[in-house]
Write a protein of this length. Sequence first.
Length: 384
Amino acid sequence: MNPSGIPLAGGLFALPVDDGLVLYSQRKNRVFILNHSGKLVWNEISAGAAPAMAAQELAEAYGIPISAAVADVAATLDQWKAEGLIEFGEEAAQVEPPIAAAPAGKKFPTHSEYTYRMLGRCFRVRYSDPCVEFQAHPRLVGAIAARDTAECELGLVDDDGVYRLFIDGTEASANLLPEKTLGSFFGYLVEFLHPGLPLLVKVHGAAVGRQGRAVLMPALCGAGKSTLTAALTQRGYTYFSDDIAPITAGPVAMVAPVPIDIHLKQGSWAPLAPFISTLASQPEIMHGGAHMGKYITPAEPARAIAPWPVGWIVFPFYKPGARTRLVPLSPIETLAHIAASRSVVPAGIENLKLILDFIRRTPSYLFELDSLDEAVAELETLWS
């Protein structure tokens, strides 16, 4: 236990960034971002100070009443406990029980089967039922190919509420949440399309480019990244991906293409009508069994076939009535946004250091937007 009496979780590494602190949990393979006040409290607690002493330091640093500082420290410790940075009693020993593998030789039904070709590589996917098919297939419709000899065969299976991924007959993932197995599916697809490519991070976001440089757009669902990506591809930008953007390690970070179809929710159809004349005639398709969407496949000449250098990181965020502009972000703000976008960070503190190096040398912006026309025009200024 920490000398302060606060049981900090094991396997935590701290990296100072700007005036904040980045905590990496080796056990959870997660990144936590602390601002300046959070850094102050963490440094006090981890050095063995009691919460009251941390509150005193906080009050002196910010010129606030001690009562307010005590409340802030208590709230901070509660938040850290909820996030697993502090573990009491049996919590430290709690481990999520693994899901048993499917019995050897168990046969699963095949509802549908498709062969796809992407970036010159051919793969086949078998779906056990319509709900599983809805999770992945709409993203891959533009890659449907004539049945051919596949280089690998994947299986997406709903096994009585356990969602399993099979790769060439071997179970590779099992989860109770379908989105986790879907993440494993597309994660493997990245590795299949780019064998041997040294990956730094798989960003949940889109990427487009022009004049040999790409802009990376990490975002959560509903932020407007797909709408913006679709508009940009209609304005001559090269398309890399709409939902998963692999970034390579090395002195020059590159984004590798994963040209899945662009998913457009209903709220984007009207704003995109001036950009895509055929959008109204596109069929509505159930997405993930939850809502209707439309999918567009960027024309083949507009699709990237090789990695490009990342020139900028932009976090789009649709906000009605907002002034459309690019607002510079600090490295720690950028890392916080990437972590919030649910991007996949490979395990290891050294890899996290490499990601921070990439962020430090790449201009990053928060991009609140309202008008799609204004957003396209504003992004063009990056290349000017």
